[in-house]
Every structure is written in C-alpha cells, then in structure tokens.
Design a protein around this ligand. Sequence first.
Ligand SMILES: Cc1cc2nc3c(=O)[nH]c(=O)nc-3n(C[C@H](O)[C@H](O)[C@H](O)COP(=O)(O)OP(=O)(O)OC[C@H]3O[C@@H](n4cnc5c(N)ncnc54)[C@H](O)[C@@H]3O)c2cc1C
Length: 400
Amino acid sequence: MRLIKRAPREQKKGRKVAVIGAGPAGLYAAGWLASEGYTVELIDMLPEPGGLLACGIPDLRMEKVNLREAVGELRGLGVAFRLGTKVGENVELEELIEGHDATLIATGAWQSRKLNVDGEGLAGVYSALEYLVDYTLARHSHDGEPPALSGGIVLVVGGGLSAVDACYVAREAGAAQVVWYYRRGEEQAPAREAEPEAFRLLTEQVDFHPLTQPVSFIGAGGKLTAVKAVRMRLGSKDASGRPRPIPIEGSEFERRIDYALVAAGEIATAPPGAVECGIEVADETALRTKGVVITNEVTIPVESSESGGPLQYVSIPRERAVRAKGSTSPRAAIKVDGRYRTTRRGVFAAGNVIDGPTQAGFAIVEGVMAAVAIKDYLETDQWPAEPYGGVYEWQELLFG
Ligand SMILES: Cc1cc2nc3c(=O)[nH]c(=O)nc-3n(C[C@H](O)[C@H](O)[C@H](O)COP(=O)(O)OP(=O)(O)OC[C@H]3O[C@@H](n4cnc5c(N)ncnc54)[C@H](O)[C@@H]3O)c2cc1C
C-alpha cells in the first residue's frame, strides 16, 4: 500500500488543509494533497493512524506492516499527525475550520446499531466493533484491554464483516465455542458478498445459524447467561432489496451463552458540533444530493512511482461504483454534493461518514476525489451556491 502519488512538485506554503480522520479516506486525501504541496494536518482520536483498517480489522486477517510503511511515507512528506485528539472533545470543529483554508471530514461510521432487545445492557453483551477496536489496540500495546472471552460460549450476531471479524477474534481470544446468528439467509449476508470463500470456510468452523435472531438476552446478577432467539423465514423484498426476515411464530428457543458480540451494523459519525458549524447531516430518508458516478474506470491509479508511472491500483466493481447515484443517504451521514462539498464553505467530507459502512476501496476513491475537489476550491476560491451534481467521469475529476 502506497499513499503518495508523487513527490511534491512545489510547496504551496500558507495553504493549510485539516483532515479529520486518519482512515483510508483521510490518509489517501492527505497523501494526494501533500503531493500537491499543501500543508496537511491529520487529526484522529485513536493513538495510531489507519482507521478501521488499522484498529478494526484484526491483525490475524490483515497485516498492518504495509499500512505503517505508508503512514511513514506521509510523515516523510511533511503530513503532521495529531493523534489521540477527538474533534468535538479535545478540539472544537469550528476552531479547525477557522484555522485552515479547507477541511476534510473523514470520520467514518463508528456508532454501532443496537438490536433494541431486552437485556442488551447486561455485562457480557458488547458491541462487536468496540470489542474489535479495543482488542486490536491492546495487541498494539495501547491501553484498554477488553474482557477475556477464554473458555466461554460466545454468540456473534450479524452478517457483515464486523460479524466475521468478531468470530475470528472470539476464537483467537480463547472462546470454547463460537455461535453465530444471522437474521437473513446465508445468501444475503453482506460478508458473503464481499468474500464468498472466506465466508463459507468460517461458517464451517463455527456454529453458524442463518435465519435466527435474538429476541432478548437473559442474565443473572446483572451478568449474561443465555439468549432467547427466534427462527426467521424470508418474505418479500425490503428497502435494501433483500428478502425481509420475518419471525416464525412459536419458534422461540433459549441457549446458554457467556458473551455476546453484537454486529448489527454501524451508523455514520459526523464529529460532534458539525450541525452547529452549518454542516447538514441527513436523516435516514434524505435523498443524496451527491451524484458521483464513476463511468469510465473500475481500476483507479491512486499513486505513481517517482518516475511518474502508475504503481498501484484500487479496484472498484463497476456496478457498486455506479450505485451511488440517487440512492438514499444513510442515517446521520454528512450531506455532500458531487464534489464532496458539505453545506459549509471550505468543508468537504468523504468515506463512510457520507456513505455509511461500505468497503475500504470506496473510502479511498472518495478521499482522493475529495482531495481533487479541495485543490480546485483552493485554486479558484469558488464556492457556488448550487450543489454540484450529475455524472462525473473519474478521469475528468482526477486529471481534468
Ligand atoms: C470489522 C470490520 C472489518 C472490515 N473488513 C473490511 C475488509 O475486509 N475489506 C474492506 O474493504 N473493508 C472492510 N471494512 C470496511 C472498511 O474498514 C471501511 O469501509 C473503511 O475503513 C472506511 O474508511 P473511512 O476512512 O471512511 O473511515 P474509518 O476507517 O472508520 O476512519 C475514520 C477515522 O476517523 C476517526 N474519527 C472518528 N471520529 C472522530 C472524531 N470526532 N475526532 C477525531 N477522529 C475521529 C477514527 O478514529 C478513524 O480513525 C471493515 C470494517 C469493519 C468494521
């Protein structure tokens, strides 16, 4: 993984960009902008850069050596990292916006959805994402060791990549047994779509139950002891385009468990104070103003070697890239237009904070596209009132 497209051609001293969030979107944007000669400051609440790639995806599934080397390259290029700094807590968003010529918000999707069932507050029931982050940070010698799962029966709930990684980590953390419930059918699991063979192998290694959903957690003395669950059947398609899971009456059952890792999905997390700064955040039903459609390329040259030739490509399945047009904004996502502009002048947003949870490739592409738009803004000082929209060709955005 390389984050820098080339050595800077010229220093544009005095033009400062704040990038909030050092995940793939923020890192790639920072690399692109630093290559253009801008002074870039990257701010992140975690003690190490890389976002979910570094701290959410467990080391056993993704090595972090390349990522660390890439971050080293950014430092070499002069990108300043302000880590362990939560925007909205340790520094105000308004202060960052005022102190920089442009700001990119790339804070991802860190709020875990709840199942909203009884007993979710019992000791032993965790958000899978929080558990994964604490677990990985502890392995990287940072504070915050999560509770040991050793010897216990661990229930994982969900069908996405967080659920998959929760299964891996539960096994690595010494669980005696991993039980996995997913409320839809195996064919509908987002993690299966992302990595079919790995998904199949994992379902064979744990006690996997598709079409099964917890209805409550049961405890004794405040501590989790069992789950009550119900079997599901599939009905007609819901808003997500997948068959709707419907509880089968009378199919409830109880099972003894010691821990539960709930991966029911994540919600986009704008930094606290965003709305007060004039940055609009969507409710669940808002239609995107964003209209970016990548029409002509499915592999994207993110950086070049020193000689200027392409070095590495990010692949995006074409149909996924095109899907962005006219879709519904996920809840709490920052609203942007076709050039990643928020509703506040000089502030842009990219990655999971505008899309909700997706995959790293999309965040990377958006980070770079937002960086191109930031350069455009800094060079022209133009901020038209009408949102940009429509169809943009990747070539046009990157090289036009
Ligand atoms: C468990 C798990 C497994 C995954 N596996 C895969 C996979 O195999 N393949 C794949 O392509 N994708 C995978 N993904 C998805 C992928 O990691 C994300 O799509 C991608 O990381 C999103 O990039 P981002 O830059 O938008 O946000 P993030 O990577 O989430 O980075 C956002 C950054 O912003 C920081 N931040 C948030 N709020 C603040 C604040 N207020 N102040 C300061 N900093 C803040 C966070 O600390 C974080 O570093 C997985 C996700 C999860 C949760």
